[in-house]
Design a protein around this ligand. Structure first.
Ligand code: 6PG
Length: 246
């Protein structure tokens, strides 16, 4: 009898999207508290897309639960658009969370995706190297990286067949995404797999097949399957609709 995927992975299935948002917010708060208590700060990379908006809104409703002065916010990826563009991940996070909590502006590290994509990626990588005081060859260790799952198995802006999948030394790259005919700026696997915790958020019936394929597949067919923190926790939070095939 083959083991159910969630038995092999750290998967929590929540009743519905609202319960998913609540569980993700609790995980964020718990991780922040533990990180600040442990080493004085919480460094998190936020996910884009639509699913995390509900989490960010919940976090904005409870600003007192978090020591925002010791929280440092980065982004897992960004579309190649200005920060006020409807597709901007920064804009979504700014509207849902960052503009509603007392986080110092200097604690928010936006990917300047209004620049040339390669320039924006290089600048963000330089910021990571400086903030985390990295030596050559080192990767930053985020306390938490939040990720979503696309229905093609992408995560962050690591899309199937894209060049960034084979990046093993850069921390941030400009990745051409054929299906969108657009550049994206994204963290690479060396960064994602160096995190202390990676939390995937998956919601909706439309993700049921890909979630099953990703969690039950042995190989690395999908980019999301290559997220394997070397020395960290990998947590999947899914609502019942997206987990119905597990
Ligand atoms: C982005 C995200 C992307 C997203 C998935 C899922 O910039 O869009 O980084 O990886 O997490 O596409 O998106 P939804 O949450 O909207 O389904």
């Amino acid at each position: 009898m083959t083991r159910k995927p969630e038995a092999m992975h750290n998967v929590k299935v929540l009743q519905d999207s609202f319960a998913l948002y609540g569980a993700a917010a609790e995980e964020f708060i718990g991780c922040a508290s533990k990180s600040i208590a442990g080493h004085g700060r919480f460094c998190v990379a936020l996910s884009g897309g639509s699913t995390p908006r509900g989490v960010y809104s919940l976090l904005a409703e409870r600003p007192a639960g978090l020591q925002w002065n010791n929280i440092f916010v980065f982004f897992g990826d960004e579309r190649h658009v200005p920060p006020d563009h409807p597709d901007s991940n920064f804009r979504m996070a700014q509207e849902a969370l960052l503009s509603k909590v007392p986080i110092p502006a200097a604690n928010v590290f936006r990917i300047r995706a209004e620049l040339d994509a390669t320039q924006a990626a290089q600048e963000y990588e330089d910021q990571l190297r400086s903030f985390f005081t990295l030596k050559p060859g080192e990767s930053p260790r985020f306390d938490l990286i939040m990720l979503g799952l696309g229905d093609d198995g992408h995560t962050a802006s690591l899309f199937p067949g894209s060049a960034a999948l084979s990046e093993t030394s850069r921390l941030v790259v400009a990745n051409w995404v054929e299906k969108f005919q657009q550049y994206r700026i994204t963290l690479t696997y060396p960064v994602i797999n160096h995190a202390a915790e990676v939390m995937f958020l998956v919601s909706g019936a439309g993700k049921a097949q890909i979630l099953k394929d990703v969690l039950s597949g042995e190989g690395e067919k999908y980019p999301a399957q290559r997220v394997r923190p070397k020395n960290g926790v990998l947590l999947w939070l899914a609502d019942q609709d997206s987990a119905r095939l597990l």
